[in-house]
Write a protein that binds this ligand. Structure first.
Ligand code: F6R
Length: 605
């Protein structure tokens, strides 16, 4: 959460800081700010709301200076207002911060006893004051090192100093931080995406690292203050996928490019000539895998849940699944023959990264299924299976979810085949059907106008429920998550068979209930559960891959997606629930790409 940018240059930096902050807004958009060094002074400007507001302030009163830092905030400590916005500065130092300082209350008390006063409610101001105090005794580098020693938590920092006009110091502990290189200009960024328009040459700080940037040079230090070298990566150019083009917003673009997402992903992994899947170098021999443990957060967790059903259906491997924020604190029995799989779009989610670290500490084999291959999680895993979806900008995950499911399905098929849990002829059949997915998604997207009509049913709704069984249960959870995060309408996802154990009490006249019922072994059972809802006045919106005339006075709407194979139904049934959330949010006038209170990359616990 939160986005950091820093630029050291031989020309004014404020315009590039603003442009980078616009790119970083997906990480946080409660408030924004920047500080430049100008005329021997720290010139700080901040505002609540979006970077556009900050840009207006700069338009009236430009920020000069060839060195500066900027920030977009996703509030943790203190409400999103101008005072709590970053940077947090004293006369001699200015700090931008991503993450949480866990011992900030304790440090604050100590500083207050010394007579220091705080302006904001943030944990960040503690860092600013600690460095300011340290600068009375030490140079900037030593001041930052001595401050870092006192901080507990997970964070990334960007710091500038009034009396050292040429340097920006960056420090990473837990939260990601990257450095970019160009002629006469060096950059600090909380991710490489923000730096991409300025450079494709990037290094990444590891946990505990610190860097000192000038316009000409970057020096890296480890936590023991030893100078270290860093590899410089060349980033790929994703221009097409990082621009909105003719679409109204990134989310609609990302929904509608899913046929391409699926195609790219399938082409990367399926060798049509050899009729096989290009996945080799398993960290554990497939026959020796004792258990698969799938871990993720939010939407990524839902893709893990879909995969659990696939692994159980197609392999004889035992499967566990966990939400990363729970996994990381559980008392687990690690087993070196278990394969631990971490699923994440950003590859920077703090809980997922910490869960992965826990596995590393316990010396077990890890695999990550990742969109951003330059991310922390990808770099820290033994084995990486990228989803090749291209940058996903809309805060609500859509095409990355689809890509995660496809890679998990491909991995499952490969494991099932390698272990001979499935026969070769079935393997070939499953591969052939998978190749039909991009076209089937294209056809599915044509239901958009029916979904638009369905969305109107939600305008006056007080809440809603999504029901499914088997593979459709995770899609019900995902449907509810998408609807609540985009339209702020309460939504619950449930296994349809669970309704009678409590949630049925929520059903009242006119409550929209989305029933996801492909023609699989659960179909008839789901219909019975649906009848229980109808009997209590629920308004049924029916989504299936089976064309049966179900629409009557009890079933308000029905949409049908193409049928390929029961195993692939969750992939196609995802499209209607994404479109539904999108259109309800659009009708309600919500900010589609930046829903309130959220951020794209959740780098705090
Ligand atoms: C919901 C959504 C989130 C993310 C979750 C994990 O639309 O996007 O629930 O799925 O924050 O993020 P990643 O996949 O980056 O680890």
């Amino acid at each position: 959460m939160c986005g950091i940018i820093g630029i050291a240059s031989n020309k004014p930096v404020s315009i590039n800081i603003i442009n980078s902050l616009k790119k970083l807004e997906y990480r946080g958009y409660d408030s924004a700010g920047l500080a430049t060094l100008n005329n021997n002074k720290i010139d700080e400007k901040k505002c609540t709301g979006r970077v556009e507001e900050l840009e207006k302030i700069l338009f009236k009163s430009p920020s000069e200076g060839n060195l500066g830092i900027g920030h977009v905030r996703w509030a943790t400590h203190g409400v999103p207002n101008e005072i709590n916005a970053h940077p947090h500065s004293t006369e001699i130092v200015s700090v931008v911060h991503n993450g949480i300082i866990e011992n900030s209350d304790e440090l604050k008390k100590k500083l207050e006893i010394k007579g220091l006063r705080f302006k904001s409610q943030t944990d960040t101001e503690v860092i600013t004051l600690l460095i300011t105090e340290a600068l009375k005794k030490y140079d900037p580098l030593e001041s930052v090192f001595s401050t870092l020693k006192q901080l507990k938590g997970s964070f990334a920092l960007g710091i500038i100093f009034k009396d050292n006009k040429n340097i920006i110091i960056g420090a990473r502990r837990g939260s990601p931080l990257a450095v970019g290189y160009a002629q006469d200009e060096k950059y600090l960024g909380s991710d490489s995406y923000a730096l991409k328009s300025m450079t494709n040459k990037i290094s990444y700080l590891d946990d505990g690292d610190l860097c000192v940037l000038t316009k000409d040079n970057v020096e890296f230090y480890d936590e023991k203050k030893k100078k270290i070298n860093k590899k410089i990566y060349n980033l790929s150019d994703d221009k097409n996928t990082s621009e909105k083009g003719d679409y109204k917003n990134f989310m609609s673009k990302e929904i509608f490019e899913q046929p391409i997402t699926a195609k790219n992903c399938i082409n990367e992994y399926i060798d049509s000539l050899k009729k096989d899947i290009n996945i080799y170098n398993f960290p554990i021999q497939p026959n020796n895998i004792n258990k698969i443990v799938l871990v993720g957060c939010g939407t990524a967790y839902h893709s893990c849940l879909v995969a659990k059903y696939w692994f159980e259906e197609l392999t004889n491997i035992d499967v566990d699944i966990d939400i990363a924020s729970e996994f990381r604190y559980r008392k687990l029995k690690f087993n070196s023959q278990n394969l631990y799989i971490f699923v994440s779009q950003s590859g920077e989610t703090a809980d997922t990264a910490a869960a992965l670290d826990l596995c590393k500490k316990n010396k077990v084999k890890t695999c990550s299924i990742i969109n951003s291959v330059e991310s922390t999680i990808a770099r820290n895993s033994d084995w990486v299976l990228p989803i090749h979806a291209g940058p996903e900008i809309g805060v609500a995950s859509t095409k990355a979810f689809l890509g995660q499911m496809i890679v998990l399905y491909i991995l499952c098929l490969k494991l099932a085949k390698s272990r001979q849990d499935i026969e070769d002829k079935d393997y070939q059949l499953f591969l052939e059907r998978l190749k039909l997915i991009p076209d089937a998604i294209k056809k599915t997207l044509k239901i958009e106008s029916s979904i638009q009509s369905m969305a109107k049913e939600f305008i006056d709704a007080k809440g809603s429920m999504f029901l499914g069984r088997g593979y459709s249960f995770p899609i019900a959870l995902e449907g509810a998550l998408k609807l609540k995060e985009l339209s702020y309408l309460h939504a619950e996802g449930y296994p349809a068979g669970e309704m009678k154990h409590g949630p049925l009490a929520l059903i009242e006249e006119g409550l929209p209930v989305i029933v996801i019922a492909p023609k699989d072994k659960y179909y008839e059972k789901t219909l019975s559960n649906m009848q229980e809802v109808i009997a209590r006045g629920g308004k049924i919106l029916f989504i299936s891959d089976y064309k049966k005339e179900l629409i009557n006075e009890n079933v308000r709407f029905g949409v049908t997606v193409p049928f390929l194979d029961n195993l692939l139904s969750p992939i196609l049934l995802t499209i209607p629930i994404q479109l539904l959330a999108y259109h309800v949010a659009l009708l309600k006038g919500c900010d589609i790409d930046k829903p309130r209170n959220l951020a794209k990359s959740v780098t705090v616990e």
